[in-house]
Design a binder for this molecule. Structure first.
Ligand code: ADP
Length: 419
């Protein structure tokens, strides 16, 4: 444990008032730390528990200045930030945790990919969309025609003209900023779809990457305190349905070397950015090994299970770090945990109160309801964590599968396609 830095003011500020801010406020209340939020609506989940609320748009930097006035440091619930607008506040002495400099490579998916390249960390092959404009003359499919190698592979000449020829279709196109839950992520099956995308979007704001045929998705929540001490929660296995997180199971049943690589990836990023705070990393895992998909400079849906399953949760750690305290233990206290998201069911749903009552009756279950005013289909309305008991790994996975079936029988996934 690192040396304690005594907090001068036991108050921290969070820009955002959603479920992450709500769970930070719960952790702060337990630690006796005041938590102030900046959020545009009194109905937002965190407003009821926050010690003070600055009612303002999240992008309102003057409001963030006011938020910071009573706080030791400021942190964010969301990474799509206007760092230029915040820079004067840092110059005036307002402390951001993580710092604006550490956030700079993380607030944009293109910059994230550049950071991963600089650090030689494994990630999908990618290309900035604007560098492709005017270079699509050679269709990757067509490159198998005249002049292509007889074995059907893509010729070097083809790749030189059109770098996408080395990737082939399908591809994934991603908006560099503003995406979440698959919004801003588009599957590109062929060249006409790519040309249509180029017409439709501002290419400088998009990247293209290879479609990864992964077997599993993993997520790791890591943290680093003000003295440079690093902690990692157990690697978790995540499952997405229509690109929205459906459930998370921890600890992921992988070889030690895979988890060690994930921890090394996190430590490299944290140390190279002198990052202070909680950082979440999403991975693809399959025949190509472990590849970093996305970085989130904050607490994350994949770490909600830590509230009940670990000695200190991801929210406890973030509150500690932002208020100047050292990290606490990230140890898993139970054999395993399953976290299931409760997504808005729309008109096909209804009976939320009855469903919630039934979920809370399940053994070892902990229901979190975010109290959102509007229950749109696919919106994350709450989650449920069940603590697992099997000590033998194959039994643990079977137990998780049984529990998931039980939960989904009460609260199914939305039937309509994700918006
Ligand atoms: P978001 O920021 O919206 O969460 P992600 O990049 O995490 O976007 O993508 C959402 C989901 O889409 C991922 O969890 C994964 O299931 C799928 N996905 C994203 N990128 C790729 C890819 N390159 N290849 C295959 N599937 C992908």
């Amino acid at each position: 444990m690192s040396g304690a830095e005594t907090p001068a003011i036991a108050a921290i500020g969070i820009v955002g008032g959603g479920q992450l801010a709500l769970m930070l406020a719960e952790a702060a209340a337990q630690q006796g730390v005041e938590l102030h939020v900046q959020t545009p609506s009194t109905d937002d989940p965190a407003t009821g528990l926050a010690t003070a609320v600055v009612m303002a748009d999240l992008a309102d930097a003057d409001a963030t200045r006011r938020l910071g006035a009573g706080c030791r440091a400021i942190s964010f619930e969301n990474e799509w930030l206007d760092l230029e607008a915040l820079a004067p506040l840092a110059a005036e002495g307002l402390m951001f945790r993580p710092s604006l400099a550490a956030l700079e490579p993380l607030v944009n998916k293109r910059r994230q990919r550049e950071l991963l390249e600089r650090l030689h960390l494994p990630s999908p092959r990618w290309w900035p969309l604007d560098q492709l404009q005017g270079r699509l003359a050679l269709d990757p499919a067509a490159s198998a025609g005249d002049g292509a190698p007889a074995d059907g592979s893509t010729s070097e000449a083809a790749i030189a003209v059109n770098p996408m020829a080395s990737l082939g279709y399908p591809l994934m196109a991603k908006a560099a900023t503003g995406g979440y839950d698959g919004k801003g992520t588009v599957l590109i099956p062929d060249q006409p779809a790519l040309e249509a995308l180029l017409e439709r979007v501002e290419p400088a704001d998009w990247i293209l990457e290879e479609f990864v045929d992964f077997d599993q998705e993993f997520a790791l929540v890591a943290c680093r305190d003000g003295s440079g001490e690093v902690g990692w929660f157990p690697l978790a296995c995540t499952h997405q349905h229509q690109q929205v997180c459906d459930w998370v199971f921890a600890p992921a049943q992988v070889e030690h070397a895979v988890e060690a690589l994930a921890r090394n990836v996190a430590a490299s990023i944290l140390a190279s950015l002198d990052y202070v705070g909680v950082l979440s990393i999403e991975f693809f895992y399959g025949s190509g090994g472990l590849l970093v998909n996305e970085l989130a400079p904050r607490t994350h849906n994949s770490g909600h299970y830590t509230i009940e399953a670990c000695a200190a949760s991801q929210f406890d750690q973030q509150v500690r770090i932002v208020s100047g305290a050292p990290l606490a233990s990230t140890d898993l206290l139970v054999p395993g945990a399953l976290m299931v998201n409760l997504l808005g069911l729309g008109q096909s749903g209804g009976q939320e109160a009855e469903r919630l009552a039934a979920l809370s009756q399940l053994s070892g279950s902990h229901v979190h309801w975010y109290g959102k005013r509007e229950s749109r289909p696919w919106r994350k309305l709450g989650h449920l964590t069940v603590l697992l008991e099997s000590n033998n790994p194959p039994d643990l996975e079977q137990e998780a599968a049984r529990r998931l079936a039980e939960i989904r029988a009460i609260w199914p996934l939305p039937s309509a396609p994700a918006p």
